[in-house]
Write a protein that binds this ligand. Structure first.
Ligand code: SAM
Length: 389
């Protein structure tokens, strides 16, 4: 077993591990995991080793530091007879006999390293100077400019969102006139303030931003902060997205975790305004959960958790498809890793040309397949129905 210990120490020292699989368990037990995989990941700026334990009906994760990782692997090798270590220099196959005799086979590498180095060095758009007053006022950083642990996920989300905005800037910029932006379901408005800071303070653009939410007290507080910070073109309004009539022209609509059909209401407004860009991270898609049904899909839909996930996927596909029909070039992108939030998709839609007939037919087939009547379609009414004919 010393040979294994030595090999793992060497691999870790060289930071060479790409992926590892432990299999062929000695004592089969249906209650216990039967396979373990390990991969290096960057969490909160630090490299850790993520262990994934595969049980019959579930998987569990555990993140361990380097020192703990070696100990854990050695313990696991008391249960598993086989291990494969994929590194950037070689693949190692470890075979352990019934009597714990160890054989290590070395082969040329078959896996390419993942770009961890890039992740590790990744800098957030907002991290140049964390003493930005809006971050302090919103309670994201402390007086020393350090991000508070409980706000780290939100900090990561708004930075990622700003990266998305950075990407679509060429499509968004106007030759003249001001840009009108709305953040629907802005809540405590971390994103709304960050957008204002980024576009107005950093890029000196002529931008007006409105944040809309149902919550009176939150909106009042956000308006106070905007006033104190001298953010003259940032306004917060109370209201329901569906009935919002505060402006008649908007260039970009953003949403971050606007609940359920609030996302669809926001997309509907964006389409009505012919907004150039939509960036929307949906949240808790409940609407179709009670609607989707299809006999062929019964093996999936009979499991609550799978049905929930499937209905979320169908909801976002419906959104993307309708946006395409309405003339938007639409992509669904990973917003943030699953590690940090399961609400990790972003819909990016940029006004383009007319959609092809094929997209319309695909949409109709999908709707029929799942037997659904989505809110988004109803909200768009005539605008969409005439395109579906
Ligand atoms: C999960 S929070 C997200 C807040 C914020 N965007 C963020 O990411 O921190 C969802 C927000 O959407 C608001 N909301 C839900 N439905 C709404 C509607 N129909 N009109 C306006 N706001 C709505 C809620 O009041 C809540 O503040």
């Amino acid at each position: 077993m010393d040979k294994i210990h030595e090999l793992i120490e060497k691999i870790l020292k060289e930071k060479a591990l790409i992926y590892c699989v432990l299999s062929n368990i000695r004592k089969k037990d249906t209650e216990k995991y039967h396979k373990v995989t390990i991969r290096p990941v960057i969490l909160k700026e630090k490299m850790v080793y993520q262990f994934t334990y595969y049980y019959q009906k579930k998987v569990l994760h555990e993140n361990l530091k380097e020192e703990e990782m070696v100990k854990k692997v050695m313990l696991l090798f008391e249960q598993f007879k086989q291990g494969q270590f994929f590194t950037d220099k070689a693949d190692y196959q470890i075979l352990i006999s019934k009597k714990f005799k160890v054989k290590i086979l070395k082969k040329p590498p078959t896996k390419k390293p993942t770009n961890l180095e890039h992740n590790r060095r990744k800098r957030y758009i907002l991290s140049d100077d964390l003493s930005k007053p809006f971050l302090l006022r919103l309670g994201v950083v402390n007086e020393e400019g350090k991000v508070l642990a409980k706000k780290y996920d939100k900090f990561r989300q708004i930075n990622r969102f700003l990266e998305m905005v950075e990407d679509i800037m060429p499509q968004l910029k106007k030759k003249d006139g001001r840009l009108n932006i709305i953040d629907f379901g802005c809540g405590k408005s971390y994103l709304t303030f960050a957008l204002y800071h980024y576009l107005v303070e950093l890029f000196k653009l002529d931008v007006k931003i409105i944040g809309l939410d149902l919550k009176e007290d939150v909106i009042k507080h956000c308006n106070e902060i905007a006033k104190d910070l001298g953010y003259a073109d940032l306004k917060f309004m109370i209201g329901d997205i569906q009935h919002f009539t505060g402006v008649d022209k908007v260039d970009m609509v953003v949403t971050l975790h606007a609940c359920d059909t609030a996302t669809d209401a926001a997309l509907t407004k964006a389409i009505e305004w012919d907004a150039k860009v939509i960036l929307s991270v949906p949240c808790c898609q409940h609407e179709l959960l009670g609607q989707i049904h299809n006999d062929i899909m019964k093996p999936i839909l009979k499991h609550g958790i799978l049905k929930e996930r499937m209905s979320a996927i169908v909801t976002d596909s419906i959104r993307a498809n309708i946006l395409e029909i309405m003339g938007y070039q639409t992509q669904i992108l990973e917003f943030i890793d699953m590690e940090h939030t399961p609400k990790n998709l972003l819909i990016r839609a940029v006004k383009a040309n007319k959609a092809s007939r094929e997209v319309v037919e695909e949409y109709k087939r999908m709707k029929e397949f799942w037997g659904i009547d989505p809110y988004f379609e109803r909200a768009l009414g005539e605008r969409l129905s005439k395109k579906l004919k």
